[in-house]
Design a protein around this ligand. Structure first.
Ligand SMILES: [Ca+2]
Length: 233
């Protein structure tokens, strides 16, 4: 009889652990889901930020970029032309076992002007509580903000610097800049920096089509806020 009780207790423990793997239980035995709101605020005075490529994933996912290393062609498209199509393909959950969802977050259907905030919401669990994202500063050759493998399971605020994808020389030539006052999506084949690094800003002056007083910045350029809460199901 005593042996049977031990077996039943073990079965109960195993069942409880299986349940906890997917959800948590509140005091009144209702299942709880972890909800996350991620907000990105443009803190520059004169750089519009493009709609944000965002992937939610687990720890086994690739890095979107690596500081000091060459950028992928997909990230280059995002950083040079605000084109997320390559990243959406590479991070499609259908083709990538480590990715739960991939999207482009926009503000009222468009980019994020200075001083404005774009917000996105996720439902997460232990296996996919990270996000990686990228957004272009559109009045540049190839400046972007981003983050890799950012754990969004805890509420906090992070300040973001602007990076250079290293895939286009910083000519400040309107022929190769998509944002205002330019509006062109050509790629400059001239020799680029070759690696992802902290962007040196807009210099203006002779030969530049950009007014540094209007388009330059000092880091940080954006604020990312993570807010988490639980809901009962
Ligand atoms: Ca560059």
């Amino acid at each position: 009889m005593k042996k049977m009780s031990v077996v039943l207790a073990l079965v109960a423990v195993v069942a409880m652990l299986a349940l906890l793997a997917g959800t948590t239980l509140s005091a009144n035995n209702q299942a709880e889901e972890m909800m996350v709101e991620v907000s990105i605020t443009n803190l520059t005075g004169g750089q519009v930020m493009s709609p944000v490529f965002v992937a939610r994933h687990g720890s086994g996912a690739d890095s979107l970029y690596s500081l000091g290393k060459s950028a992928s062609g997909d990230l280059a498209k995002m950083a040079e032309d605000a084109d997320a199509s390559g990243l959406l393909g590479a991070w499609d959950p259908q083709n990538n076992e480590h990715v739960s969802e991939a999207m482009v977050a926009n503000l009222n259907g468009g980019p994020i002007p200075p001083g404005e905030t774009v917000t996105m919401n996720f439902e997460i669990d232990d296996g996919n509580s990270m996000i990686s994202f990228a957004s272009m500063l559109v009045s540049t050759n190839d400046a972007f903000i981003g983050s890799n493998h950012l754990d969004v399971s805890k509420s906090r605020t992070i300040m973001l610097n602007a990076y250079d994808s290293g895939t286009e020389v910083n000519s400040e030539d309107c022929a190769y800049i998509p944002g205002p006052p330019c509006g062109n999506h050509r790629h400059d084949p001239a020799e680029a920096e070759g690696f992802v690094y902290v962007h040196p800003g807009i210099h203006g002056g002779e030969g530049s089509d950009l007014d540094a007083a209007a388009r330059d910045w000092r880091n940080p350029v954006a604020r990312l806020s993570i807010k988490t809460w639980k809901v009962s199901r």
